[in-house]
Design a protein around this ligand. Structure first.
Ligand code: FJE
Ligand code: FE
Length: 295
């Protein structure tokens, strides 16, 4: 069998890289630094994804008291620890490998601050909610590193944060259907991952460099975001001598209008005006803002 026909046998309709953008550094929050990939001017929205930030924070920098409405935030710690406190008394610390999957729904006000000394890093993904879910009750799904399911074969390891890989499924409930996989490929390893055909999907390279979509494409280094064409799966090769780590993220597009004002994401300008009013008057989900401040 020729290598071309072998490649063709892996997927009927393989995905290729259609956009490759470096996530440069910018300041956010209070003295924090992020590498923003989704959500930067060249890539404002990849339905249903609003933002992907790789964050770099040392105390006293952080993300002090701020609101959210109309979407979910997924925080995945890579190094160190972060403590969150919200206006409903929900509090917790996530450490390297842990995930907090927060559904802001109708309203959350919280702080997200480093919990330890030195540099704390991680990924934060913002996933839009459909109009029917924007005003749901806020909810948290917290997964400790030890509870995150892993699968692997032949120099490939995957942590299944959402969705399914190698026959292993995540317990996370995704209101907007989402896949979030953290792959590590040792030198010379390759992987072929199925992705639902019509979903939007992208790769964010965390460490090392990899060849994505087509065996003869150039290797792409860390901190780049790769937007993928439609198709039923993605092939990845690590031709380098070092380990490659990347997140593969996909989601079913909502195909709804997006009206956005900072941390509020709704469908219409009227709903944004209403949200600002609710926030200012401490109403419709922001009641507990009246006397709350983080410690
Ligand atoms: C926010 C500016 C912000 N990326 N990555 C404006 F920085 C934020 C915000 C975050 C954030 C928090 C963590 Cl823990 C990690 C992040 C942006 O909190 F919500 C608005 N509105
Ligand atoms: Fe937040």
């Amino acid at each position: 069998m020729s290598s071309a026909s072998h490649e063709a046998s892996v997927f009927q309709n393989p995905r290729f890289v259609v956009k490759n953008i470096l996530a440069g550094r910018q300041s956010e929050g209070d003295g924090a630094v992020v590498r923003r990939s989704i959500g930067r001017p060249e890539l404002k929205y990849l339905d249903p994804f609003l933002i992907l930030d790789e964050f770099y924070v040392s105390a006293p920098a952080g993300f002090p008291d701020h609101p959210h409405r109309g979407f979910e935030t997924v925080t995945y710690m890579l190094q160190g620890a972060f403590t969150h406190q919200d206006f409903a008394g929900h509090e917790g610390t996530i450490r390297a490998g842990d995930v907090q999957w927060m559904t802001a729904g109708r309203g959350i006000i919280h702080s997200e601050m480093p919990a330890g000394e030195g540099l704390q890093t991680g990924l934060q993904l913002w996933i839009n909610l459909s109009s029917k879910d924007k005003m749901v009750e806020p909810n948290y799904q917290e997964l400790l590193s030890n509870d995150i399911k892993r699968a692997g074969i032949d120099g490939v390891q995957v942590k299944i944060i959402a969705g399914e890989s190698m026959g292993v499924k995540s317990p996370v409930y995704t209101r907007t259907p989402t896949m979030f996989l953290d792959f590590t490929l040792q030198s010379k390893a390759e992987v072929h991952q199925k992705i639902p055909e019509s979903w939007n999907a992208f790769v964010y390279i965390i460490e090392g460099e990899g060849v994505f979509g087509s065996l003869n494409s150039s290797p792409v280094p860390a901190h780049h975001v790769l937007v993928l064409s439609p198709g039923d799966g993605l092939s990845v090769w690590n031709k380098s001598s070092k380990a490659l780590r990347f997140a593969l993220i996909g989601g079913e597009p909502l195909n709804e209008p997006v009206a956005r004002y900072g941390p509020f994401v709704m469908n219409t300008e009227e709903e944004i005006d209403q949200t600002i009013q609710d926030y200012q008057h401490c109403e419709n989900g922001f009641e507990m803002a009246k006397f709350w401040k983080s410690q």
